[in-house]
Design a protein around this ligand. Structure first.
Ligand code: IMP
Length: 408
């Protein structure tokens, strides 16, 4: 059986934690897109792990972890991360493999990423990790894959690029596999496909041009891992009880001081909303159900995973965005134009706060009625059930409504 986990907002929904939770039942964990722009935090056995490139399954000693074809890999960041994991007592040798069709990020790409960003009339707020340039080189057919580290393509690289790659070449080669063959040989295993970023940062579905350049959508799990789309049995979309966005771009439900006072700062501090990769403070806003329903529909999300509802534990009321007003017209359709999204004002619906501590809940039955009502509304609006809830960083603070590794 194969499960896909994607972010259903602008990334940072808590996917790392959910993948860690679901990895318990998996045999293989495959990260299928993005690069060192991502930041996944996991707390396990009293330790905190911060991952950028390595799949979150790595902290489970008996699981195989794969970096998939859809990723762009900075070798220096990769080996730095592996060294850091080793220092934290995680051994990865013999159970971490990389698709030889994945592309590499070269130092010149990172420099170009930053230079292009500085030249843009409307900067995107990229992480500066060379991600967009790598995917552009791939699309231009000028990229460098792991499979091409030895051979004629490598010979065409500049002396500078070859000097950078030289210390990594043999180490990378040892880790590469032919992923489609590996996947075909492991058809009967339980596999978990781990997305990066979120649907609204996906190159095709996201708030273009304010997106990342990989495929963060569920469909990316297929191409990015070398399996056909029919192999994806269940798709989970992870969302936070509020919204955040790092970097620039439209954010219709973003808190504003005029309307919401200091709510933005309060939520940022309660949720520790600072980027794992760049340390940037995240922009915060109301849960946007227009965007969430769009994510559900465009990704065939079977079930939602709710994270951080406990942030609202002390609140008198909890609001969600149920429509946009654009040029005085009300709409529930998620617009394709960034200009329209910039103009959109959120139409808010209020729920009474539950005023009790969700962090203590360990089963669905423990969730107080008011919080259940709020969740039922989200399910109804999006037409998608909430199957998993996370109420804190600990492994025991995640629980499910329906056993994840079953085919319903
Ligand atoms: P890039 O991926 O570095 O090109 O950045 C493009 C946009 O995606 C910027 O707004 C980044 O802040 C955002 N972004 C990239 N990776 C992540 C992530 O893992 N979480 C949240 N935002 C991200």
């Amino acid at each position: 059986m194969n499960i896909v986990v994607i972010g259903a907002q602008w990334g940072d929904e808590g996917k790392g934690k959910i993948v860690d939770y679901l990895a318990e039942g998996a045999q293989i964990v495959i990260r299928f897109s993005g690069g060192a722009n991502a930041g996944h935090t996991i707390q396990a056995d009293g330790k905190t792990y911060k991952l950028h490139l390595i799949p979150s399954g790595i902290v489970h000693p008996d699981k195989i972890s794969i970096l998939g074809t859809g990723m762009v890999i900075d070798p220096q960041a990769l080996f730095d991360e592996l060294d850091a994991l080793e220092k934290q007592g995680i051994s990865w040798q013999g159970r971490l493999w990389i698709s030889d069709r994945a592309h590499l990020v070269l130092p010149s790409y990172k420099a170009l990423d930053k230079a292009m960003e500085a030249r843009r009339a409307r900067p995107l707020g990229t992480t500066g990790r060379g991600i967009g340039v790598s995917y552009a080189m791939k699309a231009q057919r000028d990229g460098l894959r792991l499979a091409d580290l030895y051979g004629s393509i490598y010979e065409t690289l500049s002396a500078e690029d070859r000097a950078f790659l030289e210390p990594y070449r043999a180490r990378l080669k040892e880790l590469t596999i032919d992923l489609p063959t590996f996947m075909a040989g492991n058809k009967s295993k339980r596999k978990l496909f781990e997305g990066a970023q979120g649907v609204l940062l996906d190159l095709d579905l996201g708030t273009y041009p304010f997106v990342s350049s990989g495929s963060s959508a569920a469909a990316g799990a297929s191409l990015g891992s070398g399996v056909g789309p029919k192999e994806l049995d269940k798709i989970y979309g992870v969302f936070k009880a509020y919204s955040t966005r790092v970097g620039n771009g439209p954010f219709p439900s973003e808190f504003t001081p005029e309307r919401d006072g200091n709510l933005g700062e309060v939520i940022r501090e309660l949720g520790r909303e600072y980027g794992v990769t760049t340390g940037r403070p995240r922009r915060c806003g109301y849960l946007d159900l227009v965007a969430l329903r769009y994510a559900c529909v465009t990704n065939s999300i079977d079930a939602l995973v709710l994270t951080h509802p406990d942030i609202y534990d002390g609140f008198d009321e909890v609001k969600v965005c149920v429509a946009y007003e654009i040029d005085s017209e009300r709409t529930e359709v998620f617009p394709s134009s960034a200009d329209d999204l910039e103009k959109a004002r959120p139409v808010l619906k209020s729920f009474p706060g539950w005023k009790s501590s969700l962090t203590e809940c360990r089963r669905f039955e423990d969730i107080p009625n008011r919080a259940r009502d709020y969740m039922s509304f989200i399910e109804e609006y999006t037409g998608t059930p909430i199957h998993i809830v996370s109420v804190g960083p600990g492994r025991d603070q995640t629980f499910f409504q329906q056993e994840p590794w079953t085919s319903q």
